[in-house]
Design a protein around this ligand. Sequence first.
Ligand code: SF4
Ligand code: SF4
Length: 643
Amino acid sequence: MKKMIIGNQAVAYGALSAGIDIATGYPGTPSSEALTELFNFSQKNDPSPYVEWSVNEKVAFEVATGAAWTGKRAITTMKMSGCNVASDSILSVAYSGTRGGLVIYIADDPGAEAGMPEQDTRLFALQAGLPLLEASTPQSAYKLTRFSFELSEKTELPVILRLVTSVSHAQEMVEGDYSYNRLDREASFERDIFKYTKAGSAICVGQHETLLLRLKQAERIVADRRINRLNCRNCSDSTGFSVVSSGSLIPYVNEELMNFEDVPHLALESIYPLDENIVIKMLKKSERVLILEELEPVVEIMIRSLANKLGWCGTILGKMDGLLPRTGKYEREVILKGLEALVRGNRKRKKHENEPIVETPSIGFSEITGNKQNRNDLPPVSIKHPITFCAGCPHRGTFMALVRAIKRNRMDRNKIIVTGDIGCTILGMNPPFNSCWTEVSMGSSIGLAQGFVRGGIREPVVATIGDSTFFHAGMPPLINAVQHRTGFLLIIMDNGWTCMTGFQPNPGTEERFQGANTRQVDISRLVQAMGIDDLQVINPFDQEHSEEVLSQALLARGVRVVIARKECAITVARRGEVESVCVVDPELCNFCKRCLRETGCQALFVSDYEDREIVKIDTDQCNGCTLCITSCPTDAISTGKIK
Ligand code: SF4
Ligand code: SF4
C-alpha cells in the first residue's frame, strides 16, 4: 500500500510494522510527529502499542529501555537537544546493551529552522558507541526504522535512527504495510549484574569491550544487508573521481550527478560504524574523493582515518580542507561547488575565515582494542569481602526489611525486580541482600521500573533510590509514573546526606548542617505534592514496622512510595552522637551465623570462645543500630556498652 506521508510518520509506521510494544518520547521540532502518529494510532486501535508522552527525554528513554530489557521492542523519540537530557542513561545503557529491539529516534536540524544549536547527533553516536542509521527520504525512513529493530536485536545494542528536518518534514508516497504487526512476546527479565549494573571497574571495562565488539558486528550486518550503496555507472572506465554523501543529501547528489558523467557515488545510510569494506572499494577506484555531509565532518574524519591507515594517496575534498561549510543546510549551490571542485580540480585551497585547522586522526574510530575478555573472564564482584554498607547504615535495615517482606508475602525473590540507582543505595546489589538488579544513571531506577511494568512484568516491581539522587533526577520520573498511572513501589532511602561522594549536604539535609541562609526541603511533602496518595514513612531500624509496611506496599497497586528515613551512621558518628553499641553474650551464641548472613555487617566477626567458635562485635565499628539483634534466634545480642 502507498500513502502520502512525511518522514516522521514513516518512522511511526515503520515502528508499527516492526511490532513495537512500547513507544515513548518528548515533543520537539523536528521529531514530534513521529510519536504523535503513534499516540493517535494507540487511541484508535486495539491491539496497539503502549504510547506515552513522557515527562522528559531521559525518562522516555528509561521507560523504553525497561520494556526492551523484558524482550519487547521499544522506540523512543526526541529532538537533538533531548539527546543531551537523555545522554546520562543512553551512555550507560549502551554498555549494558538490550534484549528486545531498542531504537532511539533523534531528529537533527541543520540550518536551525527550529532555532536551536545545530547539534550533530552523529557525534553523540561516536561518543556513545552506538550504531547510527540515517534516512535519506521518507521511504527510507520507513525501511530503516524496521531494519533498526533487526540490527538492535542482532547486536544487542540500542540503535540511533537519525533524520534531519528536510527528511522528517518531507512528504512522499511511501510504500508500506501500514499495519501493526504485534509480536506477542512474553515479558521476562533475569537478574544479571554483569550486564545491567556498573558494579566495579572490571564489569564496566568488560562492558565497554563488549560494546566495541558489538559495533564490529553491526558493521558486518550493515554490509551484508547492503544498506550503503556504491552506485557507479561505467565504473571500469572510472575517471578517478568519487562522491560520498550521507542521509538527506543522497537524493540531491543523485540528481546533480546526472550532469556529471561516470562519477561513482557512495550513498551512506549507515553512518556509524563506518562500513569500511564499501569505502575501501570506493577508494580503490578513486584518486579524488568528495565527501558531502551537513554539519560536522563525521564521515570525512572516518574516511580520512581509514585512507591514512590504508596508505591511500589520493585527495579528499570536504570540510576539513576548508572547501565546504560546517554550518547550515546544504543547498544546491554547496553541492555543485563540491562537485565542480572534484571534477575540475579548481577548489580553493584557502580556508574559510575562522575555520579551525582540523587534524586528521591517526586511529580509526572503529578500531577496537583487540582484547576479547568477556564476562566469564571477569573477576566476581564479591568474593570474601563484598562491598557493603557501613556498620550501622540505615540502608542495611531497608534492604533487610525488603527481603523479609518479600519472604513474608511468599513471593519468589528471583522474580521481584528491584531497580537500583546511583549512590550508597546500590550496595543493596551485593550480598547478603542481592537485591538491586539494575544500575544505569542518576534517577534511572524510577524510569526503568516503569519500563518493566509497561513491558508486561506481572510481579510487583520495586525501585530504590537515595535522597540526594531523588532530588537530582528522581522527581521527573516519579511525576511521569503518577501522570501515566504506572504502578510500582518506590523506596526512597533518606539518610539526610549525599554520602557516597563524601557526605555533602543536599536539599533534604537538616538546616543546621547546611550552612547559613539555607532551607531544608521535606521529601515527604514533595512526594505528596506530586500526587502520591499511598505514602508511608519508616524507620529502617524498626524492622517489625518496616517489614509490615513493605509487605503491604508490595501487594498494593498504583504508585506507592515508602520513605525509609534515618540519618547516615557515619555523619552521626562524626558528631560523636552514637549512644550505644551492641554486644554478644558468648554463653548464648550458638554460632548459627544468622546475624552474619542476614546483615553482612562488618562489625560482626568470628572469634574463639573457650573450645568453640562464636560471633563477636567490634565495638569500635558498631554503631548500635540493633539490626543484628533482630536476626539472632537466641537473644545473644543486646544493646550494651555506652560508647
Ligand atoms: S548493631 Fe549489629 S548490625 Fe548494627 S552496627 Fe552493630 S554489629 Fe552491625
Ligand atoms: S545470630 Fe546470634 S546466635 Fe547466631 S551467630 Fe549471631 S550472635 Fe550467635
